[in-house]
Design a protein around this ligand. Structure first.
Ligand code: ZN
Length: 161
């Protein structure tokens, strides 16, 4: 499985070097949400263009460490063009990846490994949970996205939070 680690590293580096969806959207009408991770100094601004329940466009600005930058780029690529329900489902799955995996490492057991076929490129970030201080770097953009959805779109009909 060493090759898989290499692949994951390649995916993260690729997003870090060539970040997707960088830029700004006019706000309003776009929702603008800021995120900050004081543990590392990562800063992020997320712009969301939501129309008829679909995340039509997403743009990101900000700066931070390679994990936060790569994760935000991967997040934007994973959710752009999806319905809000689907976006929330992706957020849930990613948060599970970060928490379930971390909890099982605490137990010293082999963690359930996210599959690249079900998680896509996001599976590459699961290695981050071995470094607890970096989990906040990886989840910053996802929390900011989630916050933006709540602020701009409301929480109706979404089930869990
Ligand atoms: Zn960071």
């Amino acid at each position: 499985m060493a090759n898989l680690d290499d692949l994951y590293r390649e995916i993260i580096l690729d997003h870090y070097r060539t970040p997707r969806n960088r830029g700004e959207l006019p706000s309003p009408p776009a929702i603008r949400t800021e995120g900050y991770n004081p543990l590392c100094g990562d800063e992020l601004v997320v712009y969301l263009d939501i129309r008829d329940g679909v995340l039509v466009d997403i743009k990101l600005t900000g700066h931070g460490c390679s994990i936060s930058q790569a994760s935000s780029s991967m997040m934007s690529a994973a959710v752009k063009g999806k319905s809000i329900d689907d976006v929330r489902a992706v957020i849930e799955r990613f948060k599970q990846l970060m928490t379930v995996h971390a909890a099982s490492l605490d137990d010293g057991a082999d963690a359930p490994v996210a599959d690249i076929h079900t998680m896509g490129e996001l599976a590459a970030l699961q290695g981050v949970v071995k470094f607890p201080v970096r989990i906040k770097c990886a989840t910053l953009s996802w929390n900011t996205l989630s916050q933006g959805l709540d602020e701009g779109y409301g929480v109706q009909g979404t089930g869990s939070k």
